[in-house]
Design a protein around this ligand. Structure first.
Ligand code: GAL
Length: 667
């Protein structure tokens, strides 16, 4: 849970001196400005391949040496990136196989980034080669503190090399037995029985796109290809620089890679955080952002993570790029730290002069000097961050977990039936996280195969697919005293998307919940049912199971339609624990009321011993209590006792005002 790689909170961002080699005075100026902005780190080398190797085998490391030396002289740490996210034109021209092929079988032309085949032996070798050169050259460089592998791995390739690899992958997954695959994919349907693995291709619109099991396997395969690409990249680094930690930057809930699995291959998880602030729903944005931080903190057992990118002002890729309110960047940074971040980093340090991202926010604008609002904000933030060194390396785990599982995310998206318009798996997970967030109770976000035993409460929204062993693990968790919450469409299919027979939820989960689910109703937009619970009526939208209690106590019932009076919320004692079933897609109101009961029953503790107003995130990390005001306007907190304001040293107690976009750090 605790893991320390740096002595201070890392403060910096993506830095592209390779774009400024013709104006070396700018690089000197950057050193001055970085120190002025209280920046202590810069991520260098991302997308710098053509500056390092402009022609095959012709290397130019001299500029890189100079930059790293200057950084070391000025006390700026380097997070050294490998350049595989984009390549020089010569590489694609000489070895066309490195370029990605789209699902229609057409090879992309050279251009953009992330445009590479994940299988190509040539590309893998070229990446290993350049990474080896970087590691050998800079292994003892005093500036280099961490590896940043590539950039935001993503996408997929459908070339013949990938198809071959996919078939090999399937052979292994199905024990080289095509009949096992036929059974698992239910290939008797529409006469799809296969006699050989060679008939299988990646899913695509002009080919097979209705077999969910194929789509799941393709996702698993592609995700594993990304992981094996990562392993290929890091092999020389692990060999030459075994003591330098390795990370790669994730993108929120990007569904193309099972990030939870990939985390096992990294020393530190990091992610790029671009929330939608000040666009009308900061309440949701701050909860969603907190959820993501907790997701990434949970990926390595509560260990601190890195916020590898964020914008110091605007982005350029919204339709309309509104400037977040002054103070928002600092508030968001403090939220990241409260939730376990050991770094606050920006995209990017200096705004590029041309091309696609020239209007994206940066610490140093085109004007080139420090007299800007953004620069002043970052400078102040850097100063406050520099006081938080005592937190570095300090992680934490929680007593409540929300299950969010990548394979289930795929499965809930792909199946055809019930409400095809409203699946929104991740949103459902966030909606079950929200009540804990609002009450200042930290929550972990875990995959279905994580160890449940340390949690008092596990909530698994929409757990449609069960991986091998999950049924048994839920059963044991509850039997041993855990409290488990399942919802509509729980335990419907196995990892191949084959439906469980003999009643839902699968197998012995019927005993665990004390119910069986007979039918699932879907409600078109604008049509609602409702469920009574604790004397109040709550909306039922999108989907709901019609269930029967076999042993469970009925806590709530439907109020309309032919299933009015049938159970909608149940509670069942099983072994030493309890299992609840919420049979419908519940909204935030219901989740709040229901989780209040769960919090009381399981004795979960808030980090705050005072009332938390709406829009305020309260979180304890180490000795510090963070009170972060995301609400519109100032907010008032009634503190339970006297605290010391960590930044100013003043004593605070009783009614305390937190300004808009403001925060308190209390001890
Ligand atoms: C990130 C990416 C950066 C930059 C940034 C702009 O997703 O990693 O390279 O493009 O977006 O917001």
């Amino acid at each position: 849970m605790n893991k320390k790689y740096f002595e201070h909170i890392v403060h910096g961002g993506d830095y592209n001196p390779d774009q400024w080699l013709k104006t070396p005075e700018i690089i000197d100026e950057d050193m001055r400005l970085m120190k002025l902005a209280n920046v202590n780190s810069a991520t260098v080398g991302i997308f710098a391949w053509s500056a390092i190797e402009p022609r095959e085998g012709e290397y130019h490391f001299e500029w890189f040496d100079t930059v790293l030396d200057k950084m070391a002289e000025n006390g700026i740490d380097a997070i050294l990136a490998t350049p595989s996210g984009a390549r020089p034109a010569w590489l694609a021209e000489k070895y066309p196989e490195v370029l990605r092929v789209n699902e229609n079988g057409i090879r992309n032309e050279y251009g953009i980034r992330h445009n590479h085949c994940l299988t190509s032996p040539v590309y893998r070798e070229k990446v290993r080669e350049i990474n080896r050169l970087l590691a050998e050259r800079y292994k003892d460089h005093p500036a280099v503190k961490m590896w940043h592998i590539s950039n935001e791995y993503s996408g997929e390739c459908h070339c013949e090399l990938c198809q071959q690899k996919f078939r090999e992958w399937l052979k292994e997954y199905y024990h080289n037995d095509i009949e096992e695959l036929n059974d698992a994919w239910w290939n008797g349907f529409w006469s799809h029985k296969l006699t050989d693995f060679s008939s299988i291709n990646s899913p695509k619109d002009r080919g097979e796109n209705h077999v969910v099991a194929l789509k799941l396997c393709w996702k698993r395969f592609t995700s594993e290809q990304h992981i094996s690409f990562l392993e290929n990249e890091i092999a020389p680094l692990r060999e030459i620089t075994p003591d330098i930690p390795i990370t790669t930057n994730y993108m929120r809930l990007y569904d193309g890679i099972d990030y939870q699995k990939m985390a096992e291959h990294l020393d530190i998880v990091s992610w790029d955080d671009y929330p939608y602030w000040d666009r009308g729903n900061n309440d949701y944005a701050c909860c969603e952002n907190a959820f993501n931080h907790d997701l990434f903190r949970s990926m390595k057992g509560g260990q601190p993570f890195f916020m590898m990118e964020s914008t110091p002002s605007i982005v350029n890729w919204h339709n309309v790029n509104k400037i977040p309110r002054p103070g928002r960047t600092e508030l968001a940074a403090m939220q990241a730290i409260a939730h376990g971040a050991d770094s606050i980093q920006y995209f990017q340090w200096r705004k590029s002069r041309g091309s696609h991202e020239k209007f994206h926010g940066a610490v140093v604008d085109h004007c080139g000097h420090e007299n800007t609002r953004v620069f002043r904000e970052i400078t102040k933030l850097g100063k406050n961050i520099s006081k938080l060194s005592e937190l570095t390396g300090k992680g934490y785990s929680s007593k409540v977990a929300i299950v969010l599982d990548w394979e289930n995310m795929w499965a809930t998206k792909f199946f055809c039936g019930y409400n095809n318009l409203k699946r929104e798996y991740a949103k459902k997970c966030i909606s079950w996280y929200a009540p804990f967030f609002k009450n200042g109770i930290p929550a972990d976000i875990i995959p279905m195969d994580a160890d449940f035993s340390e949690y008092k409460l596990v909530i698994a929204p929409f757990l449609y697919m069960l991986k091998d062993g999950t049924e048994e693990r839920i059963k044991n968790y509850v039997a041993n005293g855990g409290t488990f919450v399942g919802t509509y469409l729980t335990g419907v299919v196995d990892k191949n998307d084959l439906c469980f027979l003999k009643g839902l939820p699968a197998g012995e989960l019927k005993d665990v919940f004390g119910i069986w689910a007979e039918e699932t109703d879907s409600l078109p937009e604008g049509m609602e049912n409702s469920a009574e619970f604790g004397g109040k009526s709550y909306s039922v939208r999108d989907m709901c199971d019609i269930i029967h209690s076999t042993d469970a106590k009925v806590l709530g019932t439907y109020e309309k339609d032919f299933y009015a009076g049938e159970p909608a919320v149940t509670e069942n004692e099983y072994g030493n624990g309890k299992a609840y079933y919420v049979a419908f897609v519940s909204d935030d109101d219901f989740n709040s009321a229901f989780c209040k009961k769960l919090i009381e029953e399981t004795g979960l503790k808030s980090d705050a011993d005072f009332e938390i107003p709406a829009g305020v995130d309260v979180r304890r990390r180490g000795e510090l209590l963070f009170i972060l005001n995301f609400a519109p306007g100032e907010t008032e907190i009634l503190l339970d006792k006297e605290y010391e304001d960590f930044i100013s040293g003043a004593k605070v107690s009783g009614k305390t005002v937190v300004p808009e976009c403001g925060y308190l750090l209390l001890r």
